[in-house]
Design a protein around this ligand. Sequence first.
Ligand code: NAD
Length: 269
Amino acid sequence: MEVSLKNQIAVITGASSGIGAGIAKSMAEAGATVVVNYPFDGALDQANSVLQEITQKGGKGIVYQCDVSKEDEVIKMFHEVVEQLGTVDILVNNAGIQKDAKFTEMTLDQWNAVIGVNLTGQFLCAREAIKEFLRRGIDLSRSAACGKIIHISSVHEIIPWAGHANYASSKGAIRMLMQTLAQEYGGDKIRVNSICPGAIQTPINTNAWSNTEAMNSLLTLIPYNRIGQPQDIGNLAVFLASDLADYITGTSIFIDGAMTTFESFSTGG
Ligand code: NAD
């Protein structure tokens, strides 16, 4: 049994760091040509070093700058990727941000920024990816499916999160976006799923693991007693994008060391 993404093109948004970088490396190792998307000039060096690590191991890819919250930039990215690489087989909607605030102090700018990247960005990229999947049609030399979309959601798709109403709302909405797309395009053999990570060691949550006290407090929420790594998510993303997962669509997969079993109830609640 081989988990392979050979001959396939994968666009991974926000892939210059953290989970996106982990997914890009894993997908390249599985044979995909990856598009390492990054948002701003300042992230170019990081994107290049992700690509360098990939090519040093014999993988293939390009870096591409695009702010996923901007419609014109997303349309241009998909157009140019198709022009350069031929098509797109896999979209990983990973880019995400946090702008935390107590709810009554949350500004409209903080709300709009998070919804803009985490939700509207996923809508825009999914729309352009599906258009390309439908244009190309099924090609069995690439995959049994016409195309695959993986939304990176969060355990906060189902766990409310005080002080993070914008972030939790964006992740809750991703579930309905994912399921609606799986329902609307199942007949076209497009598979759409979400990965819901628990605590993964990346720049987005440095304050949750960067000192011993914070890490110990975090671990009280995780029965499996370790923080997750980007590679954990990369492994699952490769499986979900591969034909081994051909009957998996319309679902959220939690990858969280059992965080969503609610550890605080382990002593009787
Ligand atoms: P991260 O900060 O390393 O990654 C976020 C990436 O998104 C960065 O590379 C950033 O440059 C990119 N980005 C930000 N705005 C963008 C934009 N407008 N257009 C394109 N790219 C943009 O953090 P991460 O933990 O790797 O986060 C990746 C995803 O995983 C996010 O959607 C996040 O919500 C989700 N997630 C993370 C955790 C965790 O514990 N780290 C848990 C659950 C979900």
